[in-house]
Write a protein that binds this ligand. Structure first.
Ligand SMILES: *Cc1c(COP(=O)(O)O)cnc(C)c1O
Length: 436
């Protein structure tokens, strides 16, 4: 069980002091439940963990989960935010997020996105490639506006969930490679532009990372880079180490707790600076999944149950790859609890399928659960990151509502889409209206 989960006297699953069965009755299913306390605890753990550095910033990677309310919560907690598109920037601005605490990422920012970022005055633009750097310099010069940037570098360290590899020539669409001289050329180029203020460098080595030693390898590569430029008279005073810490989806996952991770980062950075006789740069990190992933639970109602003797039993739910595309996309694994039978022992193996017209639309393969009946409520855990933000309307399924729970109180965070929402943008070309 995650975060504030418990089982109450009725044998129901509770999250944030709210009975999940009651939440399903009140708000309908499928329903995303957002456990506010877990997000608060995670954010505070990151801030406390880095506090020893004095000059640091925790930036929430909003692509994991972004709503107006989430922006407010993130702001109140003292985190900054990163966005990867004009749309995400718009959401943050609409929520009134302090613009100087917004970081703008992306490997193919459009001209209008760059103009928007400059016009509103985002804190940093994280420049990804030469085309962007030159375009940005030109726009900034035309507007006579100074723009603060970081350069996204590819340190040649790629972290996988359980391992990492160091590659001289990484094959990635993101960033300037250190291995082939692109990174050096990008600094030299940026340094020459009148309206570009090069503040520092950024890297992001992967996601759902369990082997945190990969961060130390990346820190050393990045600090070597900073040292190299110091000797050339260019100060790179900010080092953004990206996100990527893993979370627990199933019992097989053993993520590194946030305090342990930040402690490791702090000691690695201090050691690297000491070894090179460098000042410690301003350290930024950009967690997404590890802030919000375990705070999310999706509750579905079980419908059809199909037993194929000797093969498997399918139990289908009223959502699926539309609200959680991660299983079909990259075989992500999840754990589930029957919310109305949370105190009952597992008796039977099920495969949980979605309701979309796709055989790959499964949520969990081979999970042991109490005997299921239509109408039971299945809570799928750790759906807070990259679920709502990746959700679609495939098969014209309306996107679920999101409800936030905190100490026994529930409040709507995002309304459930209606059928009318599905056709809001549809237009029938005039010539077809009278018949073709
Ligand atoms: C996706 C992303 C993050 C967040 O990654 P998580 O694995 O969710 O922590 C941070 N920084 C950048 C640049 C990203 O693209």
């Amino acid at each position: 069980m995650n975060g504030t989960m418990s089982i109450n006297k009725q044998g129901h699953l509770e999250i944030g002091g709210c009975d999940v069965v009651e939440l399903a009755q009140k708000y309908g299913t499928p329903l995303y439940i957002f456990d506010e306390e877990t997000v608060i605890n995670n954010a505070k753990a990151y801030l406390a963990g880095l506090a020893e550095l004095e000059n640091y910033e925790v930036i929430y990677a909003s692509k994991a989960f972004l709503t107006l309310g989430m922006c407010k919560l993130i702001e109140a907690l003292g985190l900054s935010i990163d966005v990867v598109s004009g749309g995400e920037l718009y959401v943050a601005l609409q929520a009134g997020f302090p613009v100087n605490r917004i970081y703008f990422h992306g490997n193919n920012k459009s001209i209008s996105e760059l103009q928007m970022a400059i016009d509103v005055g985002v804190g940093r633009i994280v420049v990804d490639n030469f085309y962007e750097l030159e375009t940005l310099a030109e726009i900034a010069a035309n507007k006579r506006r100074q723009v603060n940037i970081l350069l996204r570098l590819n340190p040649g360290v790629e972290a996988d969930t359980h391992s990492y590899i160091q590659t001289g020539q990484p094959d990635s669409k993101f960033g300037f490679s250190i291995g082939n001289g692109d990174a050096e050329r990008s600094v030299d180029l940026a340094d020459g532009f009148e309206y570009i203020n090069l503040k520092g460098i950024h890297c992001h080595i992967g996601s759902q990372i369990f082997d945190i030693s990969s961060y130390k390898v990346a820190i050393n590569v990045m600090m070597d880079f900073i040292l190299n430029y110091k000797s050339k008279g260019i100060t790179l005073s900010e080092l953004n180490l990206g996100g990527g810490l893993g979370i627990r989806y199933t019992k097989a996952d053993q993520p590194v707790p946030i305090p342990e991770f930040t402690k490791f980062l702090v000691s690695s950075v201090k050691e690297a600076a000491e070894q090179r006789n460098l000042e410690i740069p301003r350290i930024m990190i950009e967690p997404g999944r590890s802030i919000v992933g375990e705070a999310g639970t999706t509750v579905y109602q079980i419908g059809a149950i199909k037993d194929i003797p000797g093969i498997r039993t399918y139990a289908s739910v009223d959502g699926g790859m539309t609200d959680n595309p991660r299983v079909a996309l990259y075989q992500a694994q999840y754990h589930g609890i029957v919310a109305n039978k949370a105190d009952q022992p597992a008796e039977k193996t099920y495969t949980i399928a979605g309701k979309c017209c796709e055989s790959s639309d499964k949520l969990i393969e081979n999970i042991e659960l109490p005997q299921l009946e239509p109408g039971d409520l299945l809570a799928v855990l750790s759906t807070g990151a990259y679920n709502y933000s990746m959700a679609s309307n495939y098969n014209s399924l309306p996107r679920p509502a999101i409800v936030t729970v905190y100490r026994g109180e529930s409040k709507l965070m995002v309304e459930r889409e209606t059928y009318a929402d599905l056709i809001r943008l549809h237009r029938i070309p005039k010539r077809w209206q009278a018949g073709i």
